[in-house]
Design a protein around this ligand. Structure first.
Ligand code: NDP
Length: 385
Protein backbone atom coordinates (compact mmCIF):
# COMPACT_ATOMS: atom_id res chain seq x y z
CA UNK A 1 0.00 0.00 0.00
CA UNK A 2 1.34 3.46 -0.84
CA UNK A 3 1.58 5.94 2.02
CA UNK A 4 -1.29 8.43 2.25
CA UNK A 5 -0.53 12.13 2.66
CA UNK A 6 -1.77 13.92 5.77
CA UNK A 7 -1.70 17.45 7.22
CA UNK A 8 -2.45 18.15 10.87
CA UNK A 9 -3.70 21.63 11.75
CA UNK A 10 -3.13 22.04 15.49
CA UNK A 11 -0.44 19.34 15.66
CA UNK A 12 0.84 20.45 19.09
CA UNK A 13 -2.54 20.10 20.83
CA UNK A 14 -4.26 17.20 22.51
CA UNK A 15 -6.04 15.91 19.36
CA UNK A 16 -2.85 16.56 17.35
CA UNK A 17 -0.84 14.45 19.82
CA UNK A 18 -3.35 11.58 19.71
CA UNK A 19 -3.31 11.65 15.89
CA UNK A 20 0.48 11.67 15.75
CA UNK A 21 0.60 8.81 18.26
CA UNK A 22 -1.38 6.65 15.81
CA UNK A 23 0.81 7.75 12.89
CA UNK A 24 3.95 6.98 14.93
CA UNK A 25 2.67 3.39 15.30
CA UNK A 26 2.05 3.06 11.53
CA UNK A 27 4.83 5.11 9.92
CA UNK A 28 4.74 3.31 6.58
CA UNK A 29 1.08 4.26 6.07
CA UNK A 30 1.53 8.04 6.21
CA UNK A 31 3.52 10.82 4.63
CA UNK A 32 3.22 14.02 6.68
CA UNK A 33 2.84 17.20 4.63
CA UNK A 34 1.98 20.13 6.96
CA UNK A 35 2.13 20.38 10.75
CA UNK A 36 0.91 23.58 12.39
CA UNK A 37 0.85 25.28 15.79
CA UNK A 38 0.07 28.72 17.10
CA UNK A 39 3.13 29.54 19.20
CA UNK A 40 4.68 26.22 20.39
CA UNK A 41 7.67 26.52 18.05
CA UNK A 42 10.03 24.07 19.79
CA UNK A 43 7.39 21.41 20.14
CA UNK A 44 6.36 21.86 16.51
CA UNK A 45 9.97 21.70 15.32
CA UNK A 46 10.52 18.43 17.21
CA UNK A 47 7.39 16.93 15.62
CA UNK A 48 8.33 18.18 12.15
CA UNK A 49 11.75 16.53 12.49
CA UNK A 50 10.36 13.28 13.89
CA UNK A 51 7.70 12.93 11.19
CA UNK A 52 9.83 14.43 8.42
CA UNK A 53 7.11 16.97 7.57
CA UNK A 54 7.28 18.92 4.33
CA UNK A 55 6.34 22.21 6.05
CA UNK A 56 5.91 23.50 9.62
CA UNK A 57 3.89 26.65 10.31
CA UNK A 58 3.37 28.80 13.39
CA UNK A 59 0.27 30.93 13.11
CA UNK A 60 1.70 33.54 15.47
CA UNK A 61 4.46 35.10 13.35
CA UNK A 62 6.38 36.25 16.43
CA UNK A 63 7.47 32.62 16.85
CA UNK A 64 8.72 32.18 13.28
CA UNK A 65 12.36 33.11 14.04
CA UNK A 66 12.68 30.39 16.69
CA UNK A 67 10.95 27.83 14.44
CA UNK A 68 13.33 28.79 11.62
CA UNK A 69 16.36 28.45 13.92
CA UNK A 70 15.23 25.07 15.22
CA UNK A 71 14.64 23.65 11.75
CA UNK A 72 17.58 25.21 9.92
CA UNK A 73 19.54 22.70 7.87
CA UNK A 74 16.76 20.08 7.95
CA UNK A 75 15.27 20.92 4.54
CA UNK A 76 11.85 21.32 6.18
CA UNK A 77 10.03 24.39 4.88
CA UNK A 78 8.99 26.87 7.60
CA UNK A 79 6.43 29.66 7.54
CA UNK A 80 4.50 31.91 9.90
CA UNK A 81 1.26 33.89 10.01
CA UNK A 82 -2.41 33.33 9.22
CA UNK A 83 -1.95 33.48 5.44
CA UNK A 84 0.84 30.91 5.53
CA UNK A 85 -1.38 28.70 7.67
CA UNK A 86 -4.19 28.86 5.09
CA UNK A 87 -1.74 28.30 2.23
CA UNK A 88 -0.39 25.17 3.92
CA UNK A 89 -3.92 23.96 4.66
CA UNK A 90 -4.78 24.33 0.98
CA UNK A 91 -1.99 21.96 -0.14
CA UNK A 92 -3.64 18.86 -1.57
CA UNK A 93 -3.45 15.86 0.77
CA UNK A 94 -5.41 12.64 1.25
CA UNK A 95 -6.50 13.65 4.77
CA UNK A 96 -6.49 16.90 6.75
CA UNK A 97 -6.98 16.69 10.50
CA UNK A 98 -8.59 19.98 11.57
CA UNK A 99 -7.58 20.19 15.25
CA UNK A 100 -7.00 23.89 15.91
CA UNK A 101 -9.01 25.11 18.88
CA UNK A 102 -11.62 27.81 18.38
CA UNK A 103 -12.83 29.86 15.44
CA UNK A 104 -9.13 30.47 14.62
CA UNK A 105 -9.36 27.12 12.84
CA UNK A 106 -12.17 28.17 10.52
CA UNK A 107 -10.24 29.83 7.67
CA UNK A 108 -7.61 27.04 7.36
CA UNK A 109 -10.33 24.37 7.55
CA UNK A 110 -12.23 26.16 4.76
CA UNK A 111 -8.99 26.29 2.75
CA UNK A 112 -8.69 22.50 3.10
CA UNK A 113 -12.37 22.02 2.17
CA UNK A 114 -11.86 24.10 -0.98
CA UNK A 115 -9.31 21.51 -2.16
CA UNK A 116 -12.12 18.93 -2.18
CA UNK A 117 -10.24 16.55 0.09
CA UNK A 118 -11.22 14.56 3.17
CA UNK A 119 -11.25 16.51 6.42
CA UNK A 120 -11.30 14.82 9.83
CA UNK A 121 -12.98 17.62 11.78
CA UNK A 122 -12.22 18.02 15.49
CA UNK A 123 -12.49 21.82 15.42
CA UNK A 124 -16.20 22.02 16.29
CA UNK A 125 -16.12 25.81 16.82
CA UNK A 126 -15.44 26.25 13.08
CA UNK A 127 -18.58 24.31 12.08
CA UNK A 128 -20.70 25.90 14.81
CA UNK A 129 -19.71 29.40 13.63
CA UNK A 130 -19.86 28.81 9.89
CA UNK A 131 -22.76 26.31 9.78
CA UNK A 132 -24.32 26.29 6.32
CA UNK A 133 -21.39 28.27 4.87
CA UNK A 134 -19.14 25.31 5.65
CA UNK A 135 -21.56 22.56 4.63
CA UNK A 136 -22.27 24.39 1.35
CA UNK A 137 -18.52 24.61 0.67
CA UNK A 138 -18.18 20.87 1.37
CA UNK A 139 -20.92 20.15 -1.18
CA UNK A 140 -19.61 22.65 -3.74
CA UNK A 141 -16.04 21.33 -3.66
CA UNK A 142 -16.90 17.64 -3.30
CA UNK A 143 -15.08 17.43 0.04
CA UNK A 144 -15.78 14.83 2.73
CA UNK A 145 -16.16 15.71 6.42
CA UNK A 146 -15.42 12.93 8.89
CA UNK A 147 -16.38 13.77 12.49
CA UNK A 148 -13.58 13.33 15.05
CA UNK A 149 -15.61 14.45 18.07
CA UNK A 150 -16.32 11.16 19.87
CA UNK A 151 -20.10 11.77 19.98
CA UNK A 152 -20.39 12.66 16.29
CA UNK A 153 -18.06 9.88 15.30
CA UNK A 154 -20.32 7.52 17.26
CA UNK A 155 -23.42 8.86 15.49
CA UNK A 156 -21.66 8.59 12.13
CA UNK A 157 -20.91 4.93 12.86
CA UNK A 158 -24.46 4.24 14.12
CA UNK A 159 -25.99 5.84 11.01
CA UNK A 160 -23.76 3.77 8.68
CA UNK A 161 -25.94 2.82 5.69
CA UNK A 162 -29.25 3.78 7.30
CA UNK A 163 -31.48 6.50 5.96
CA UNK A 164 -31.68 9.75 7.93
CA UNK A 165 -35.43 9.72 7.30
CA UNK A 166 -35.71 6.55 9.45
CA UNK A 167 -34.15 8.28 12.48
CA UNK A 168 -36.47 8.97 15.41
CA UNK A 169 -33.84 10.41 17.77
CA UNK A 170 -30.17 11.17 17.89
CA UNK A 171 -29.00 11.19 21.50
CA UNK A 172 -25.74 12.93 22.34
CA UNK A 173 -24.26 11.68 25.58
CA UNK A 174 -22.52 14.07 27.99
CA UNK A 175 -20.30 13.14 30.91
CA UNK A 176 -21.69 16.10 32.87
CA UNK A 177 -18.13 17.33 33.53
CA UNK A 178 -16.29 17.70 36.85
CA UNK A 179 -19.05 19.74 38.55
CA UNK A 180 -21.99 17.44 37.79
CA UNK A 181 -22.63 16.66 41.45
CA UNK A 182 -21.57 20.06 42.89
CA UNK A 183 -23.92 22.55 44.57
CA UNK A 184 -24.61 25.99 43.07
CA UNK A 185 -22.36 27.58 45.74
CA UNK A 186 -19.48 25.22 44.97
CA UNK A 187 -19.84 25.84 41.22
CA UNK A 188 -19.81 29.61 41.76
CA UNK A 189 -16.42 29.28 43.50
CA UNK A 190 -14.89 26.81 40.99
CA UNK A 191 -11.28 27.51 40.00
CA UNK A 192 -9.66 27.03 36.57
CA UNK A 193 -7.62 24.09 37.94
CA UNK A 194 -10.83 22.38 39.08
CA UNK A 195 -12.60 23.11 35.77
CA UNK A 196 -9.86 21.58 33.60
CA UNK A 197 -9.70 18.39 35.71
CA UNK A 198 -12.15 16.37 33.62
CA UNK A 199 -13.18 13.07 35.25
CA UNK A 200 -13.00 10.94 32.06
CA UNK A 201 -11.14 12.72 29.24
CA UNK A 202 -7.67 14.27 28.96
CA UNK A 203 -8.16 17.31 26.69
CA UNK A 204 -6.98 20.86 25.99
CA UNK A 205 -7.87 23.60 28.51
CA UNK A 206 -10.61 25.31 26.48
CA UNK A 207 -12.68 22.20 25.72
CA UNK A 208 -12.21 21.05 29.33
CA UNK A 209 -13.80 24.27 30.60
CA UNK A 210 -16.53 23.87 27.95
CA UNK A 211 -17.21 20.40 29.35
CA UNK A 212 -17.47 21.82 32.86
CA UNK A 213 -20.00 24.49 31.78
CA UNK A 214 -21.73 22.02 29.41
CA UNK A 215 -21.13 24.50 26.57
CA UNK A 216 -19.20 21.69 24.91
CA UNK A 217 -22.48 19.77 24.64
CA UNK A 218 -24.23 22.91 23.42
CA UNK A 219 -21.64 23.34 20.67
CA UNK A 220 -21.96 19.64 19.85
CA UNK A 221 -25.74 19.99 19.58
CA UNK A 222 -25.21 22.64 16.88
CA UNK A 223 -22.44 20.57 15.27
CA UNK A 224 -24.77 17.53 15.12
CA UNK A 225 -27.50 19.67 13.55
CA UNK A 226 -25.16 20.50 10.65
CA UNK A 227 -23.60 17.04 10.26
CA UNK A 228 -26.78 14.96 10.57
CA UNK A 229 -29.79 16.82 9.13
CA UNK A 230 -32.56 15.04 11.05
CA UNK A 231 -34.10 18.28 12.35
CA UNK A 232 -33.45 20.04 15.64
CA UNK A 233 -36.46 18.44 17.31
CA UNK A 234 -34.90 14.98 16.86
CA UNK A 235 -31.66 15.85 18.66
CA UNK A 236 -31.41 15.42 22.42
CA UNK A 237 -28.79 15.33 25.15
CA UNK A 238 -28.52 12.84 28.00
CA UNK A 239 -25.97 12.93 30.82
CA UNK A 240 -24.06 9.64 31.06
CA UNK A 241 -21.26 10.06 33.63
CA UNK A 242 -19.28 6.94 32.68
CA UNK A 243 -18.64 8.16 29.06
CA UNK A 244 -18.83 4.58 27.79
CA UNK A 245 -21.67 5.10 25.32
CA UNK A 246 -20.47 7.92 23.07
CA UNK A 247 -23.88 8.56 21.47
CA UNK A 248 -26.91 6.73 20.10
CA UNK A 249 -29.30 6.67 17.18
CA UNK A 250 -32.87 5.44 17.62
CA UNK A 251 -34.75 4.37 14.49
CA UNK A 252 -38.50 4.46 13.81
CA UNK A 253 -38.79 0.69 14.35
CA UNK A 254 -37.70 1.17 17.99
CA UNK A 255 -34.10 -0.09 17.49
CA UNK A 256 -31.43 2.00 19.18
CA UNK A 257 -27.83 1.66 17.98
CA UNK A 258 -25.08 2.88 20.30
CA UNK A 259 -21.32 3.10 19.91
CA UNK A 260 -19.30 2.19 23.00
CA UNK A 261 -15.59 2.52 23.66
CA UNK A 262 -12.91 3.73 26.03
CA UNK A 263 -12.64 7.47 26.78
CA UNK A 264 -9.64 7.80 24.51
CA UNK A 265 -9.68 10.11 21.48
CA UNK A 266 -7.46 7.69 19.60
CA UNK A 267 -10.56 5.54 18.98
CA UNK A 268 -12.58 8.13 16.98
CA UNK A 269 -9.39 9.48 15.39
CA UNK A 270 -8.47 5.96 14.24
CA UNK A 271 -11.96 5.59 12.82
CA UNK A 272 -11.29 8.68 10.67
CA UNK A 273 -7.72 7.72 9.72
CA UNK A 274 -8.76 4.27 8.53
CA UNK A 275 -12.23 5.15 7.17
CA UNK A 276 -13.95 3.33 5.55
CA UNK A 277 -11.82 0.52 6.94
CA UNK A 278 -10.60 -0.15 10.52
CA UNK A 279 -7.15 -0.04 12.09
CA UNK A 280 -5.56 -1.21 15.35
CA UNK A 281 -5.26 1.13 18.32
CA UNK A 282 -3.32 0.55 21.54
CA UNK A 283 -6.49 1.24 23.58
CA UNK A 284 -7.49 -1.38 26.15
CA UNK A 285 -10.64 -3.34 25.25
CA UNK A 286 -13.84 -2.38 27.08
CA UNK A 287 -14.14 -4.28 30.35
CA UNK A 288 -17.89 -4.11 30.98
CA UNK A 289 -17.93 -6.21 34.18
CA UNK A 290 -15.29 -3.84 35.63
CA UNK A 291 -17.39 -0.82 34.56
CA UNK A 292 -20.41 -2.44 36.21
CA UNK A 293 -23.13 0.13 35.70
CA UNK A 294 -24.10 2.68 33.10
CA UNK A 295 -26.31 5.52 34.31
CA UNK A 296 -28.25 8.29 32.57
CA UNK A 297 -29.71 11.64 33.71
CA UNK A 298 -31.51 14.57 32.14
CA UNK A 299 -29.27 17.67 31.89
CA UNK A 300 -29.75 20.26 34.67
CA UNK A 301 -30.15 23.51 32.71
CA UNK A 302 -30.64 25.58 35.89
CA UNK A 303 -27.12 24.82 37.10
CA UNK A 304 -25.64 24.52 33.60
CA UNK A 305 -27.50 26.93 31.26
CA UNK A 306 -25.09 26.53 28.31
CA UNK A 307 -27.07 23.82 26.50
CA UNK A 308 -30.18 26.01 26.66
CA UNK A 309 -28.18 28.96 25.26
CA UNK A 310 -26.85 26.85 22.37
CA UNK A 311 -30.35 25.56 21.58
CA UNK A 312 -31.71 29.11 21.63
CA UNK A 313 -28.87 30.32 19.39
CA UNK A 314 -29.44 27.66 16.74
CA UNK A 315 -33.21 28.27 16.81
CA UNK A 316 -32.58 32.02 16.57
CA UNK A 317 -30.48 31.32 13.46
CA UNK A 318 -28.59 33.98 11.50
CA UNK A 319 -25.19 34.59 13.05
CA UNK A 320 -26.35 33.71 16.57
CA UNK A 321 -24.27 30.47 16.75
CA UNK A 322 -21.15 32.40 15.67
CA UNK A 323 -21.84 35.05 18.33
CA UNK A 324 -22.48 32.33 20.95
CA UNK A 325 -19.17 30.67 20.10
CA UNK A 326 -17.15 33.90 20.00
CA UNK A 327 -18.57 35.13 23.31
CA UNK A 328 -17.87 31.75 24.88
CA UNK A 329 -14.25 31.76 23.66
CA UNK A 330 -13.66 35.22 25.14
CA UNK A 331 -15.38 34.35 28.44
CA UNK A 332 -13.55 31.02 28.81
CA UNK A 333 -10.20 32.75 28.20
CA UNK A 334 -11.10 35.34 30.88
CA UNK A 335 -12.05 32.57 33.31
CA UNK A 336 -8.82 30.66 32.64
CA UNK A 337 -6.88 33.90 33.22
CA UNK A 338 -8.56 34.22 36.64
CA UNK A 339 -10.48 37.37 35.63
CA UNK A 340 -14.07 36.15 36.04
CA UNK A 341 -16.00 33.58 38.04
CA UNK A 342 -16.96 30.29 36.41
CA UNK A 343 -20.68 31.15 36.42
CA UNK A 344 -19.99 34.45 34.60
CA UNK A 345 -19.12 32.53 31.41
CA UNK A 346 -22.78 31.72 30.66
CA UNK A 347 -23.87 35.22 31.77
CA UNK A 348 -21.55 36.85 29.21
CA UNK A 349 -22.71 34.51 26.44
CA UNK A 350 -26.40 35.11 27.21
CA UNK A 351 -25.93 38.88 27.27
CA UNK A 352 -24.24 38.78 23.84
CA UNK A 353 -27.15 36.74 22.44
CA UNK A 354 -29.56 39.48 23.60
CA UNK A 355 -27.78 42.09 21.48
CA UNK A 356 -28.34 42.68 17.76
CA UNK A 357 -27.44 39.57 15.79
CA UNK A 358 -26.23 39.99 12.18
CA UNK A 359 -28.28 38.25 9.47
CA UNK A 360 -27.56 34.79 8.09
CA UNK A 361 -23.90 34.70 7.01
CA UNK A 362 -23.52 34.07 3.30
CA UNK A 363 -19.74 33.78 3.14
CA UNK A 364 -16.64 33.09 5.18
CA UNK A 365 -16.12 36.88 5.45
CA UNK A 366 -19.62 37.27 6.98
CA UNK A 367 -18.89 34.53 9.53
CA UNK A 368 -15.55 36.09 10.48
CA UNK A 369 -17.27 39.50 10.84
CA UNK A 370 -19.88 37.97 13.18
CA UNK A 371 -17.09 36.28 15.13
CA UNK A 372 -15.28 39.63 15.53
CA UNK A 373 -18.49 41.32 16.62
CA UNK A 374 -19.18 38.60 19.21
CA UNK A 375 -15.64 38.97 20.58
CA UNK A 376 -15.93 42.76 20.76
CA UNK A 377 -19.29 42.58 22.54
CA UNK A 378 -18.09 39.96 25.03
CA UNK A 379 -14.93 41.99 25.75
CA UNK A 380 -17.03 45.09 26.35
CA UNK A 381 -19.36 43.18 28.70
CA UNK A 382 -16.35 41.81 30.58
CA UNK A 383 -14.89 45.29 30.97
CA UNK A 384 -18.08 46.50 32.65
CA UNK A 385 -18.28 43.43 34.94
P1 NDP B 1 -5.42 22.15 22.41
O1 NDP B 1 -5.56 23.43 23.12
O2 NDP B 1 -4.81 21.00 23.12
O3 NDP B 1 -4.60 22.38 21.05
C1 NDP B 1 -4.96 23.38 20.16
C2 NDP B 1 -4.06 23.39 18.94
O4 NDP B 1 -4.43 24.53 18.15
C3 NDP B 1 -2.58 23.58 19.27
O5 NDP B 1 -1.80 22.99 18.27
C4 NDP B 1 -2.43 25.10 19.23
O6 NDP B 1 -1.08 25.54 19.01
C5 NDP B 1 -3.31 25.45 18.05
N1 NDP B 1 -3.83 26.80 18.13
C6 NDP B 1 -4.34 27.43 19.22
N2 NDP B 1 -4.71 28.68 18.92
C7 NDP B 1 -4.44 28.86 17.60
C8 NDP B 1 -4.57 29.97 16.71
N3 NDP B 1 -5.05 31.14 17.12
N4 NDP B 1 -4.18 29.79 15.44
C9 NDP B 1 -3.67 28.61 15.01
N5 NDP B 1 -3.49 27.53 15.81
C10 NDP B 1 -3.89 27.66 17.10
O7 NDP B 1 -6.88 21.77 21.87
P2 NDP B 1 -7.53 20.33 21.72
O8 NDP B 1 -6.62 19.43 20.96
O9 NDP B 1 -8.08 19.90 23.01
O10 NDP B 1 -8.80 20.67 20.82
C11 NDP B 1 -8.68 20.97 19.44
C12 NDP B 1 -10.05 20.99 18.83
O11 NDP B 1 -10.59 19.67 18.89
C13 NDP B 1 -11.07 21.89 19.57
O12 NDP B 1 -11.93 22.47 18.66
C14 NDP B 1 -11.82 20.92 20.46
O13 NDP B 1 -13.11 21.36 20.74
C15 NDP B 1 -11.84 19.67 19.57
N6 NDP B 1 -11.94 18.43 20.31
C16 NDP B 1 -10.99 18.09 21.21
C17 NDP B 1 -11.06 16.90 21.92
C18 NDP B 1 -9.99 16.49 22.87
O14 NDP B 1 -10.04 15.38 23.41
N7 NDP B 1 -9.00 17.31 23.14
C19 NDP B 1 -12.22 16.01 21.76
C20 NDP B 1 -13.14 16.44 20.74
C21 NDP B 1 -13.02 17.61 20.06
P3 NDP B 1 -0.09 25.90 20.27
O15 NDP B 1 0.30 24.59 20.86
O16 NDP B 1 1.03 26.64 19.66
O17 NDP B 1 -0.92 26.75 21.20
Amino acid sequence: MTARTISILGATGSVGASTLDLIRRNPADWQVVALTANSSASELAALAREFDAQIAIVSDEAHLPSLRAELSGTGIEVAGGREALCEAASRKVDLTVAAIVGCAGLAPTMAAIEQGGTIALANKEALVSAGDVMTAAVAEHGATLLPVDSEHNAIFQCLADNSVSDVRWITLTASGGPFRTWSAQQIAAATPAQAVAHPNWDMGAKISVDSATMMNKGLEFIEAHHLFPVGLDRLRIVVHPQSVIHSMVEYRDGSTLAQLGPSDMRVPIASCLAWPQRMNTPCAPLDLPAIGELSFFAPDEELFPATRLAREAVHQGGSAPAILNAANEVAVAAFLAGKIAFTKIAVVVEECLHRDIPAVPASLADVLAADSLGRAQATEILETC
